[in-house]
Write a protein that binds this ligand. Structure first.
Ligand code: HEM
Length: 501
């Protein structure tokens, strides 16, 4: 029998670096939001922009530049409607393009897109240029790039960022848990019914043109070779007769999330009766980790070896040891955003046990959401904080009130609907997540009553002996100030798009 052909290597030189790197050493960053004012000049800039790729280099480049486009941006560049329609519907419609989407995402009330500073109507950017730099180098980079952009673009927004040393504005260590991308393509393309949670994740979950966790290629724009007369684009792996405009590209979700840090800590202080230790306990219960990143459930392995990723040791856990949420509440932010479920409810590896769980006959299975397997809903987070940091103690005392600080939330994924939108609506905003009622995400909920006036402003914590302890009347802590869906193309695809007519 002939040996299977080797799996084609990943073209790192065609992938924008942000998919592979978080640019953590590049502690300075700014995200420029642009509208195209002169199509020819804009195309000329996009055709030669020095995009940073995903190849590991020593030393690492001192600055990095990434480019992403909205569907409005593709249109402004002159890309034809037929081609635009072959991107995913969510991308084409846009984050703020449909009231039912806004409702599902929780973008109502204070989060309503009509109140956004950017991202809606005429304030929808065409292009986002993300600039990253080692300390001290951002100002010069930004000046150079802004100079280059003059003529082709109007800069409608500059999202500045702050280096808070890996701590998000509420005061918690962030960026600990991420999916691990299968860059060597070793993960079986069709790995059915996984019985335990793993962090290794198929490339096709984040990059178009590769198999995803279903063993399938996510729909994306495929072109007849005659549309690419210059032969810029690669052929599709699953359809070699077509040119793959999606390959090595990803969708990028950007949301500006304002965090009311004094409001958060003062509310928690009230619930805690002014007791500092209780305050920290309640805040940790809402997040699912302590301020220093320690998870509330027990870690499964010993600390990472010296020289390894120190944060990996804070990530070796799932929730099988805490099914009722006695240690980490079921509604905690990290439990909602990643319930760490496998394809089957927890149980033994034996064939009978698997069969019983697959068919949903055991009592536990009835309580679990079988479709909530997390490997189909992972997000690669790449956000940056903004604004001046205040400590929890300062915030309780009222410091920083009225100031704008928060998170420029960014996540990457090959399927906006199955990844970002699912997590945001079915897990974060849903008041029925995991059998709960009257509560949505304790950090992000908009607290608006749901149908029939049912409140959505609670946070409950199961207790070992007796009814859950419940906080009610939670205020809104996070407000959406803007957002948009972008396509982060492969570098060849960007060159192709800058020449399309
Ligand atoms: C201002 C808003 C937000 C704040 C303050 C916040 C804060 C945090 C913190 C402190 C962690 C724990 C650190 C870690 O495990 O890496 C975390 C984890 C996470 N957050 Fe958020 N977050 C925010 C918005 C969001 C949004 C909008 C989403 C998705 C739609 C999201 C998805 C996640 C995910 C997937 C994790 C990792 C969970 C895990 O794998 O255990 N977050 N967040």
């Amino acid at each position: 029998m002939a040996a299977a052909p080797p799996t084609p290597a990943v073209e790192l030189e065609d992938i924008q670096g942000l998919v592979r790197f978080a640019f953590k050493r590049h502690t300075e960053a700014v995200f420029l939001l642009l509208r195209i004012t002169d199509r020819a000049a804009a195309r000329a800039w996009l055709a030669r922009a020095a995009i940073t790729d995903a190849v590991t280099r020593a030393p690492a480049p001192s600055t990095a530049l990434q480019v992403a486009l909205t569907s409005g941006g593709l249109r402004a560049l002159g890309v034809g409607e037929d081609l635009i329609a072959s991107f995913s519907p969510e991308f084409v419609e846009g984050m703020a393009g449909d009231p039912s989407r806004s409702r599902r995402l929780g973008d109502e009330g204070a989060n309503d897109p009509t109140r956004w500073q950017w991202g809606n109507g005429e304030r929808l950017p065409h292009v986002a240029v993300l600039l990253y730099a080692l300390p001290g180098l951002l100002r010069g980079l930004q000046q150079t790039i802004e100079e280059q952009l003059r003529g082709g673009f109007e800069i409608t927004g500059r999202l500045t960022t702050a280096n808070l040393d890996g701590i998000e504005p509420f005061g918690f260590v962030d960026g600990i848990s991420q999916p691990e991308l299968d860059w060597s393509r070793q993960r079986p393309a069709r790995d059915i019914a996984q019985s335990s949670y793993v962090t290794l994740s198929c490339l096709g979950e984040y990059l178009l043109g590769y198999p995803n966790e279903y063993g399938l290629y996510t729909p994306r724009p495929l072109l007849e070779p005659r549309c690419d007369a210059q032969g810029i684009l690669p052929r599709a792996e699953d359809a070699p007769e077509s040119c793959d405009l999606g390959r090595n590209g990803s969708y990028l979700v950007l949301r500006q999330l304002r965090q009311d840090v004094p409001g958060f800590w003062q509310a928690i202080d009230r619930y805690a009766g002014g007791v500092a230790s209780r305050r920290e306990q309640l805040a940790s219960a809402m997040v699912g980790r302590k301020l220093d990143g320690q998870p509330l459930v027990e870690l499964q392995s010993s600390p990472a070896p010296a020289g390894g990723n120190p944060q990996a040791s804070l990530n070796a856990f799932d929730y099988r040891s805490d099914p009722q949420g006695l240690r980490c509440p079921l509604g905690a932010h990290i439990r909602r955003t990643n319930p760490r479920n496998a394809d089957l409810p927890p149980g033994g590896d034996g064939i009978v046990s698997r069969l019983v769980r697959t068919l949903g006959f055991d009592s536990q299975a009835r309580e679990q959401d079988l479709v909530a397997s997390t490997r189909f809903h992972r997000l690669l987070r790449r956000g940056r904080e903004y604004g001046v940091g205040v400590t929890p103690a300062q915030a309780v005392a009222g410091a920083g009130a009225g100031e704008d600080r928060g998170l420029h939330f960014i996540c990457l994924g090959a399927n906006i609907q199955r990844q970002f939108e699912f997590v945001q609506s079915a897990w974060l905003m849903s008041t029925k997540f995991d059998g709960m009622r009257e509560e949505s995400d304790p950090l992000l909920g908009n607290r608006l009553p749901v149908a029939a006036g049912m409140p959505a402003d609670r946070f409950s914590m199961a207790q070992p002996n007796g009814p859950s302890q419940s906080l009610s009347g939670l205020p809104q802590f996070v407000t959406v100030l803007g957002g948009a869906y972008f396509f982060l193309p492969g570098i060849r695809a960007l060159r192709f798009l800058s020449g399309t007519r």
